[in-house]
Every structure is written in structure tokens, then in C-alpha cells.
Design a protein. Structure first.
Length: 315
């Protein structure tokens, strides 16, 4: 059975949503801590809405080894409703939001309702809007932030309030290729960039607009920055997130193309020249070379190709 803890839905719509969740629970379609997104028809003006829902279990502070304590531990299902199924693009952020809610509940076991209500009310501002706020704050300086995310450059934020600092951190995490490039490559890139500490980018938020020091940039990030700035007029956080996903997808495509050219260039001098032309035209040659250099560090032929390309690019 499902009992209501907190909602801001009208009674009829809440009953319909509860019925939808009950059916999912019966089918065993809700896994602990893993959010799902589905389209739900409810008796509200919007009619059909996107619903993110996630089940989690509260942990008892009384640590006992009996299976009975696990059975009696309270379980919750949290639902967030938006205009469409676009919440799917924010699934990781919402999963993390639920994790933090779980931690708060575990700490405030005697005062669950007082703890839950204010936290749930701010879900959209805290989990969905950070990318939008960063775009509006940085504007044409956003290109340097995109460059730092792609190149794994360490970033220091100074004189910022807590929310702005968190927003910047979340934007960098969302814009990086984490999970899209091999884990070993990512670790090596992070180490390589951290060793160049003098090149860490510093963001000073003491003024109305952030001031950047040691900021990198390239044509690829400039072009994508323009897409964000153009999208700012509509002010739709889902649109910004979609642009960010497309930005990462294009970066991955360019990396894969360059790796293919490098494999061909090991045996073909014309392919080496094509590598060079590709690096010159893609607008992101500086970052791509770093990525492939790390990935091909243990492959002598490919490493030689990368060394020649680095010399060409310097000249």
C-alpha cells in the first residue's frame, strides 16, 4: 500500500499518480536508487506530463543484523513532474538529488515530514536549473568553461556564494566527457592537467560578471558557446541541457574520427596529412591531441604519428 507523505498536486491527480506508481511497484519495475522517466496522464491543465520516479529505502539508525529490520525499514517513492519526458536528460542529477534526500531522512528520522517538504519544493531550482544559471552568468565567457570541462583543466572558484560554486561544479561535471571516454584515459588526462597546475583556470566571482584567469579557448568551444547564448532568449533549462549533450556528442565524434585517421596514418602518409587537416579544421585540435596522446601512450606506431602531428600543429 502507498500512503501520502507530501505533495502539491490536486487530490484527483495525486490519486491517479499513486495508481500509476502502484502498478509499477506491482510489476517490480522500480529499482532502489535508480530513477525512471515515463509519460503520465493526469487530471491537471497540462494533461500529459513527464514523471521522474525513484524508490529508496530509509536506513535504520539501529544497526541490527536481522533480516526483520530490513523488512520494517520505511520505503519511499519520490515523483517529480515536468512538462514532458525531457527530465530524462537530467536523470543523473535527479538520482543524486534523491541520494541527498535519503541522507537527510536517515539523519532526521524523528522529524521526516519537516525535513522532506522544503527539500522537495526546491527540486527544480536545485537539480534542473544550474546549467541555465551558469549560461546566464557567464554569457560569452562560457566558451572558456566549456574548454576547461573538455580538457579536464582544474578550476578554482573564488569569492562565490555557495549556490554559484555548486552550479559551476555541476556544469563542469555535466560538460565533461566523463563516462563517454575510457576511464583510464580520463584518469590520465586529469593527472596530466593537474601536473600543469600553473595552468589551472581561476574564476573570480567578486564582481557582477565572473573574471577568468589562465582561461583556455578554441573555435569549437566558441561555436558552441554561441548556441547556448542564442538559446538563452527562451530561458528553457531543458534546451540548455540538450545543447550540452549535443556538444559532448560532437566532441566524442571528433575524437573517434581522429583515432580512425591515426590508425590509417600508421601505414599511409596521405592519411597523416588528412589527420593534420582534420585537426586544423575541427576547431578543437588542442584538446583532441591531448586525448589521443594519452590513449596511445602505450602504442609505439600511433605515438609516433601523434608526435609528428604535434610538431605540425606547433609550426
Amino acid at each position: 500500500s502507498l500512503s501520502l507523505l507530501d505533495t502539491n498536486l490536486p487530490a484527483e491527480a495525486e490519486t491517479e499518480l499513486r495508481s500509476f506508481i502502484a502498478k509499477r511497484l506491482t510489476k517490480g519495475a522500480l529499482f532502489e536508487g535508480m530513477g525512471n522517466v515515463a509519460s503520465v496522464g493526469l487530471s491537471i491543465p497540462e494533461g500529459k506530463v513527464g514523471c521522474y520516479y525513484c524508490r529508496f529505502q530509509q536506513e535504520s539508525l539501529l544497526e541490527t543484523a536481522t533480516s526483520e529490520s530490513d523488512i520494517n525499514a520505511p520505503e519511499y517513492v519520490v515523483c517529480f513532474l515536468g512538462g514532458s519526458e525531457k527530465e530524462d536528460t537530467f536523470r543523473l542529477e535527479l538520482d543524486k538529488y534523491i541520494q541527498n534526500l535519503k541522507i537527510n531522512l536517515d539523519l532526521e528520522q524523528n522529524n521526516v515530514e519537516a525535513c522532506v517538504s522544503p527539500y522537495l519544493r526546491s527540486w527544480f531550482e536545485d537539480a534542473i536549473c544550474p546549467v541555465q544559471r551558469v549560461v546566464q552568468l557567464f554569457q560569452d565567457k562560457l566558451a572558456s568553461l566549456l574548454h576547461a570541462a573538455l580538457s579536464y583543466t582544474p578550476v578554482e572558484v573564488k569569492n562565490a556564494d555557495e549556490r554559484t560554486e555548486k552550479d559551476i561544479s555541476r556544469f563542469l561535471a555535466a560538460a565533461s566527457l566523463q563516462g563517454l571516454v575510457q576511464e583510464g584515459t580520463m584518469t590520465s588526462l586529469c593527472i596530466a592537467m593537474t601536473e600543469e597546475q600553473h595552468k589551472a583556470m581561476v574564476i573570480d566571482c567578486s564582481g557582477p560578471q565572473p573574471q577568468l584567469h589562465n582561461a583556455g579557448n578554441n573555435r569549437f568551444c566558441e561555436d558552441w558557446m554561441q548556441a547556448f547564448v542564442n538559446g538563452a532568449e527562451g530561458g528553457n533549462p531543458f534546451l540548455f541541457r540538450q545543447i550540452l549533450e549535443n556538444f559532448k556528442l560532437k566532441a566524442i565524434q571528433d575524437i573517434n574520427n581522429l583515432k580512425r585517421f591515426i590508425r590509417q596514418a600508421e601505414m599511409n602518409h596521405y592519411a597523416l596529412f588528412r589527420c593534420y587537416l582534420f585537426l586544423k579544421s575541427c576547431g578543437s585540435g588542442d584538446i583532441l591531441l591531448k586525448v589521443v596522446k594519452v590513449e596511445h601512450a602505450e602504442m609505439p606506431e600511433a605515438r609516433n604519428v601523434v608526435t609528428v602531428l604535434e610538431e605540425f600543429m606547433r609550426e
